[in-house]
Design a protein around this ligand. Sequence first.
Ligand code: CA
Length: 227
Amino acid sequence: MAQKILIVEDELEIIKLVRAYLERAGYRVVSATDGQEALAVFRHEHPNLVILDLNLPGMDGLDVCRALRRQSDVPIIMLTARLEETDRLIGLELGADDYIVKPFSPREVVARTRAVLRRAEGEPVTPQVIAAGEISLDIPRRRATLAGQPLDLTTMEFDLLAVLAAHPGRVFTRMQLLEQVQEDAYAGYERTIDVHIKNLRKKLGDDPHNPRFIETIRGVGYRLLEE
Ligand code: CA
């Protein structure tokens, strides 16, 4: 079932815009235009995440944030009108999960929403060392070896290999891989994954036509072969 996002904002144009982008990204969206309504909608709708404007008429965003925190650990993204307010918010340690400064692009809101939800869902804790066949990745030291020989990988290649190697046999789409290794993953960049995979294969001495390690699943993405 689609995850539900509550937008609290008194500017209807912003609600409309953000709603359109979030819905296109597959989320369900509910909204409120002031603090009291926000708390009522929150109780009825049980959203998975709240996007909360700081400057609301009446009860302001800070009060709403505190009130939500008293009853829930729902992820909250605060919208602020000025960069200076961000410092204030962080100083207050209100327990918001992220901040977006206006004016923002609706795409940024979608990207942050995804990222915060992913964090909140508690991605499976990455083990310290990932071993998949002859490949071994020491995560804290960011060292990769193949059959005991060190591999010289870029940050992106290391992260990609870590994702694949943590789930041997599982197929990842390009978008899933991109989201795992890059905070601001946009569909337009999916193909960059192909370039990194190509370089990774070269370093692993892997033949894409007869792979030992990374298999291309046509029309879908990639996976690391199980032993
Ligand atoms: Ca406002």
